[in-house]
Design a protein around this ligand. Structure first.
Ligand SMILES: NC(=O)c1ccc[n+]([C@@H]2O[C@H](COP(=O)([O-])OP(=O)(O)OC[C@H]3O[C@@H](n4cnc5c(N)ncnc54)[C@H](OP(=O)(O)O)[C@@H]3O)[C@@H](O)[C@H]2O)c1
Length: 349
């Protein structure tokens, strides 16, 4: 496949890379979001950006919590890079938009039509984007309402917005839909499962784990926030919970030892939104167990050297944002769990 030959479909968007030419769009410093649309591409009128939690936290911190300055930073990043990729965290997020045009050669040509509403499931870190206007920012839910346009390549995955769930609810869940899908793949009845981080992805992971465990095993939730844990415990989403700072590895170990009667976890799912939580996750899992690092703040170096440093033979899984069927699995968690859906509705809609 040639990126420079416009008659061929450039499925990975290589031809949109301005700097450095030759790298994949996600690694590029800058993408070209200009029209016209090229063969195999999909053009969306953008309505909302869901900024990745780790990215939003970093931007808000750098802005001293001032929403107007967060907006300025987002505009500056998109202007400079042609995509929303936080240069500090490296992460992006996803968006909701309406189909404006489907170019010939796109897999959905003939299926999608102008006006269809989609959520992109491919990261904003590789999505050519132009923001014409910022309409509103919702710091509590990492969301920015905009008027703009974005381009999806032929390889870019997306989900049609479901008709039975409000947009904001679907977007909140789809943003982290890789996590419950990984839980569905790894959790078995009888396991001791620890979920670190009781936010959006953590809550969905707990609900999915509860389902997969079939009433056997133990489900432990950890978070720095007592009220967040109480809320999930009140929904029956965990058997035990401990308020602990996940960056304090020794405290995490003590909490998990106490909660599991010294057994430690068979599986730890790291859904925290802050850096330096690798060691706590590794200490919390038994020798031979598995840690899923869904957090974007995970450092490969800290995880690899951390496990080696304590002589722990654990399987460490990078939380791939894409797992087959991840959108349906996640939306079904909300469809099947009315109480969790209500909590999400209160928090994110
Ligand atoms: N792998 C992927 O494809 C993918 C996709 C999307 C998102 N992510 C990542 O997944 C992570 C979680 O996302 P999310 O949307 O679930 O975030 P979220 O809703 O903000 O949840 C994160 C939770 O971690 C808690 N937390 C913060 N600092 C902590 C600490 N020191 N110790 C223990 N808990 C702490 C937060 O508490 P407070 O609210 O009190 O701060 C919050 O409850 C983020 O890093 C995000 O970037 C990964």
């Amino acid at each position: 496949m040639s990126a420079s030959n416009d008659r061929l479909v450039d499925a990975y968007g290589l031809g949109r890379v301005v700097a450095e030419p030759g790298v994949m769009p996600q690694r590029a410093q800058r993408l070209d979001p200009a029209l016209p649309l090229r063969p195999g591409e999909l053009l969306l009128d953008v309505e909302r950006l869901n900024i990745d939690a780790a990215s939003f936290k970093q931007l808000a911190g750098a802005a001293g919590g001032d929403p107007a300055r967060v907006v300025e930073q987002i505009r500056a990043i998109v202007q400079a890079r042609g995509k929303m990729q936080n240069p500090v965290t490296g992460s992006g997020g996803m968006l909701i938009g309406r189909v404006r045009e489907v170019a010939a050669g796109h897999p959905a040509a003939g299926t999608l039509k102008p006006g269809d509403r989609l959520a992109t499931l491919v990261s904003l870190t590789l999505t050519p984007l132009v923001i014409d206007e910022v309409l509103a920012i919702h710091p509590a839910i990492d969301r920015v309402d905009v008027r703009g346009r974005a381009i999806l390549f032929a390889s870019g995955i997306y989900a049609r917005l479901p008709e039975d769930l409000p947009d904001a609810l679907a977007l909140a869940a789809l943003d982290v839909c890789g996590a419950p899908a990984l839980v569905a793949r790894h959790v078995r009845p009888g396991m001791r499962v620890v979920v670190l981080g009781a936010g959006k992805s953590g809550a969905l992971c707990l609900a999915q784990a509860r389902e997969a465990m079939g009433g056997q095993g133990q489900l432990v939730a950890l978070d720095i926030s007592g009220p967040a844990l109480e809320a999930l415990s009140g929904l029956g989403l965990c058997d035990a919970h401990r308020a602990v700072d996940a960056t304090q590895a020794v405290e995490v170990l003590a909490a998990v030892e106490a909660a599991t009667g010294g057994h430690l976890a068979d599986l730890v799912v790291n859904c925290a939104s802050v850096p330096a939580t690798e060691m706590g996750s590794i200490l919390a899992v038994r020798d031979g167990g598995t840690v899923i690092f869904f957090s974007m703040a995970t450092s490969f170096t800290a995880a690899a050297l951390g496990a080696e440093g304590v002589g722990k033979d654990v399987t460490m899984v990078v939380g791939n944002g894409y797992t087959k069927g991840h959108a349906d699995i996640t939306l079904n968690v909300l469809r099947d769990n009315a109480k969790l859906r209500k909590l999400f509705q209160e928090r994110y809609v």
